[in-house]
Design a protein around this ligand. Sequence first.
Ligand SMILES: Cc1cc2nc3c(=O)[nH]c(=O)nc-3n(C[C@H](O)[C@H](O)[C@H](O)COP(=O)(O)OP(=O)(O)OC[C@H]3O[C@@H](n4cnc5c(N)ncnc54)[C@H](O)[C@@H]3O)c2cc1C
Length: 375
Amino acid sequence: MAFAEWIADSRVMRSPAPHTAIIGSGIIGAALAYTLARRGARVTVVDENIPANRATRGSFAWINAHQPDDAHYFALRLESMGLWRGLMQEIEGLPVRIGGALNWETPDRIEAVAKALNEGGNTARLVSKARIRAMEPALSDPPEIAIDAPLEGVADPDRIADAFLNAAAAFGAESRLGVGVEGIATANGQVIGLDTSAGRISAERVVVAAGSGTSGILAALDIALPMKAPLGLLVRTAPAPRLSQRIFTRDDLHVWQMDDGRLILGEDFGGSPVTSPQARAETETRTLDHARAAFAGVSLTFEHSTVTARPVPQDGYPAVGRVPGCDGLLVATMHSGVTLAPVMAQHLSAMILDDAEIRGLARYGIERFSKSDPS
Ligand SMILES: Cc1cc2nc3c(=O)[nH]c(=O)nc-3n(C[C@H](O)[C@H](O)[C@H](O)COP(=O)(O)OP(=O)(O)OC[C@H]3O[C@@H](n4cnc5c(N)ncnc54)[C@H](O)[C@@H]3O)c2cc1C
């Protein structure tokens, strides 16, 4: 169901709707604030810094579904991709581009991957070298074969959270920026608000969408959320002439060009070797060299790089939903948050405003980290 239809179709929310305080104005908190405010709910977003100053701003921000081995997770990503398209209709100027992706990361099993993507519902086709040349003349040495996934896209990591917050503000949401959350206030097992550097903010629901800061905030309530934080290095070039609207991913380079002409380049989705200034400089040089070779006809100049921790719950999957044992407390932290923000915002807002049970999210509940190991 399209996003606007879903909002129109949603059950009339409980009256009065609970005031929701969201910790974190990254893409997850900002998209949720918009979705709640759009439905008429009272929302306050609190962030210790400028919007999305952590993972979102340092993200490659590719909106994709490329994990066909896990059908459930794949379907969730696909659902979110559909919701992104709805949001683009709904919010004027949302900095999102669905320009497709060309992928040749796994040449030895590329046919099987393309088949699995298609079977899972992410329209994809195999394209030959000749076809790629015609599609992407700026690529100097196209691969023999690649997967063309036209439904994939990107969000501008610098602007997307602001865009959601502005759209939320038009529906009355409040943003408290530069306000650090020091603790979650509870009484009788129920959330009553946030204790912040600017004093108490009362709320009936609190959503912890603080990215890599989430586990520390929950730990103060004795709630465990083990997380990994692999560092990702991305290079930005100075603005270059328009090369493509697509994303390109191969095993040693992923790249797309922003609207202002800058390229965002990365080398590895797993984690970048940036343990010393020298290692960081070498990764920057290698990544830029790969891009220069990929687009040989274009002069690419290094502008700066970012090294950012990916907020990844220990098992790699999102941690989303109600926090058992503390009424009114919810969590929303994950990797691939750019891809998943719309679907998570939709489900969380249904939990908050409709008291809905979202069966599709049950496997991502935070309680999975506190279950004792039977072995
Ligand atoms: C290098 C890299 C590449 C990535 N590539 C992709 C990709 O291609 N596709 C994709 O879908 N995802 C990608 N991701 C993951 C994606 O960027 C994240 O999942 C997403 O940005 C998380 O958003 P968030 O809102 O949860 O967190 P964040 O953007 O980190 O926002 C959290 C906010 O919480 C605030 N905060 C924290 N603690 C407190 C506190 N105590 N008080 C007040 N405020 C607080 C912070 O200031 C911050 O603004 C990538 C991430 C990285 C780092």
